[in-house]
Design a protein around this ligand. Structure first.
Ligand code: TEU
Length: 577
């Protein structure tokens, strides 16, 4: 982004909708497209530029739509293609672009491609997926006979035995999500064609699900079994190896993404947004993926900063160390400063609610939600807001394991308990980290189902919707909603927010998050107190900043040298030299 005009998405904010949980127009308890269309004015008022829709395609819903059985249609649960056209048209009328989820590491096992692939070892589509015989010297179907020892993300082995042919197919996620074989050029061409079809229909880009997993290193081989002792939540006895080194950013990943760009995106590049979801991606790899000269993707979702509270695995939650969070985000800011671009997010449909995770969802809920928004949006990159984040929605009070719906949580509970873990201990991990925290219905108002549905919601509504809801937030000028609205506006009105250089301050401070942005002679200071106690920030010459303009804050009439609990401020000044 040096000499040329900065891309449009550098000044944009993306809003993610998880359609199943956003707004239900027909009373079946599941959100739908017409429900989203009915809420576009709300999103317009918030001021977002882009809407990213989690999958709405036909799907058996084993992983809530991330298991797709037809890439070119809409699941009747969510409506019809006509409803989608209407949503896109109405969004465009309000100046909102629409980005689709693209899930092409795997399909559903009910996708016709897989049905055909499975039908016979001689099927012309056999090689579209990863079929392998049992490990030599073993009996197919017996535990340990899997072609490699890889574990799946959703518990159990990453291979499923197919009785009919005696072979196994690879599924990094659920057994209903077989991995596509990207080595086969026909697979790639079919996907490119499908993507072009969506662009012709008027969509404005793609969020690419686990796209750094599409290239596997050959030959497939065993991974290291991480721990013999267990990690406190998954006890000893877990036999699966980590295949990550062989499928995360594999040998042909850059080639595949460059090819996809050339085949699909080139020619529309100035108007589209592409973002690759990339678990395990390093900043060095991300530089390559997002360098505009390389024509791969515009930005990536990295996972480091949402791993800082993971102990031995995601279910083993450790307290946040703010210094670790700053070290990580600061390194990403620096790493993508010259070429490439960051995406900025706290939340999505896979992460627990940030105000419960890194803030204070009790006494200081509103203030800490504003602080978290401020810190994120003042970084350099494109911010993503996940539905309800702009209300300060919190984790849900799941009482028993039966309250969970997500396949990851349900399988994890079952397999950990089978291996002998204490059910209460497993539940405690699910409550903190379970993906369903993000998936409880959007809280529109204080009515019994939060205005989400007239029927029975597919997952429990958070009882705090009587207080935390959009209707109340829109009516209250001091709400989290209006704070987010101001942050989104600031990105457009203050060029240093989008384009300024970034310098982290106070790296070793355990409670204060502080950084500078600088563009030309404009300098911004963001300073935030990540604690429930007042603090005097050790920012060099802070007294000089106190006289500078306060662009944004989350505590009324605050001006002294001390930050109140969970206070965040953004100062602006003009400097010379
Ligand atoms: O998620 C990819 C991923 O690796 C994790 O974020 C995942 O959610 C899990 O928590 C690992 O512990 C993407 C989608 O965002 C997710 O919803 C899907 O379940 C997954 O891919 C498979 O399509």
């Amino acid at each position: 982004m040096t000499q040329t005009e900065p891309a449009w998405w550098t000044t944009s904010v993306v809003y993610q909708v998880y359609p199943r949980s956003f707004a239900d127009s027909d009373g079946d308890g599941i959100g739908d497209l017409a429900g989203i269309t009915g809420r576009l004015d709300y999103l317009h008022e918030l001021g977002i530029d882009v809407l990213w829709l989690s999958p709405i395609y036909p799907s058996p819903q084993d992983d809530n739509g991330y298991d797709i059985s037809d890439y070119q249609d809409v699941d009747p649960l969510f409506g019809t293609l006509t409803d989608l056209d209407e949503l896109i048209a109405q969004a465009h009328e309000r100046g909102i672009k629409v980005v689709m989820d693209l899930v092409v590491n795997h399909t559903s096992d009910e996708h016709p491609w897989f049905v055909e692939s499975r039908s016979s070892v001689d099927s012309p589509k056999r090689d579209w997926y990863w079929w392998r015989p049992a490990r030599p010297g073993t009996t197919p179907g017996e535990p340990g006979a899997e072609p490699t020892n890889w574990g799946s993300f959703f518990s159990g082995p990453a291979w499923e035995h197919d009785e009919a042919s005696g072979e196994y197919y690879l599924h990094l996620f659920s057994r209903k999500q077989p991995d596509l074989n990207w080595e086969n050029p026909e697979v790639r061409q079919a996907i490119h064609q499908m993507m072009r079809w969506w662009l012709d229909r008027g969509v404005d880009g793609f969020r690419m699900d686990v796209i750094n997993m599409i290239s596997k290193e050959l030959p497939l081989r065993d991974g290291v079994v991480p721990t013999a002792e267990g990690d406190g939540v998954v006890p000893a006895g877990s036999v699966h190896g980590d295949g990550g080194p062989y499928y995360l950013c594999g040998p042909r990943i850059h080639e595949f993404l460059a090819e996809m760009h050339a085949e699909v995106v080139a020619g529309h590049a100035d108007t589209l947004l592409t973002v690759g979801e990339m678990p395990g991606v390093t900043v060095e790899e991300a530089q390559l993926f997002t360098d505009p000269e390389r024509h791969e993707v515009d930005m990536v979702f990295q996972f480091e900063h949402v791993g800082v509270d993971h102990g031995a695995g995601k279910w083993d939650v450790v307290p946040l160390r703010l210094t670790a969070l700053k070290e990580s985000l600061g390194r990403w800011q620096e790493g993508l400063a010259k070429a490439g671009w960051n995406s900025l997010y706290w939340n999505n449909h896979d992460q627990p609610r940030v105000v419960s995770r890194f803030g204070d969802d009790g006494e200081h809920r509103v203030r800490s939600a504003k602080l978290l928004g401020t810190v994120l949006h003042l970084h350099r990159g494109t911010p993503y807001v996940y539905q309800g984040e702009e209300l300060g929605m919190t984790n849900a009070p799941f009482a028993t394991h039966e309250d969970f719906r997500d396949i990851e949580s349900v399988n994890h509970y079952r397999s950990a308990v089978e291996l002998g873990a204490d059910p209460q201990h497993v539940l405690a991990g699910l409550r903190r980290m379970g993906r369903d925290n993000a998936r409880t219905p959007m809280q529109w108002d204080a009515s019994p189902n939060a205005g989400f549905t007239a029927g029975t919601p597919w997952i429990g509504v958070n009882p705090n919707h009587v207080e935390v809801n959009a209707e109340a937030a829109v009516a209250d000028p001091d709400s989290v909603f209006h704070h987010y609205r101001r942050l989104i506006e600031l990105r457009r009105t203050e060029p240093a927010v989008a384009h300024g250089d970034f310098t982290m301050l106070l790296e070793d401070d355990p409670v204060v998050y502080a950084f500078l942005r600088r563009l030309g002679d404009v300098e911004l200071l963001t300073v935030a107190n990540f604690s429930g106690d007042p603090v005097r920030p050790a920012v060099p010459r802070y007294d000089e900043w106190l006289g500078a303009e306060l662009l944004l804050g989350n505590v009324a009439d605050s001006s002294g040298p001390e930050l109140a609990p969970w206070e965040a401020r953004v100062h602006r000044r003009t400097v010379t030299g």
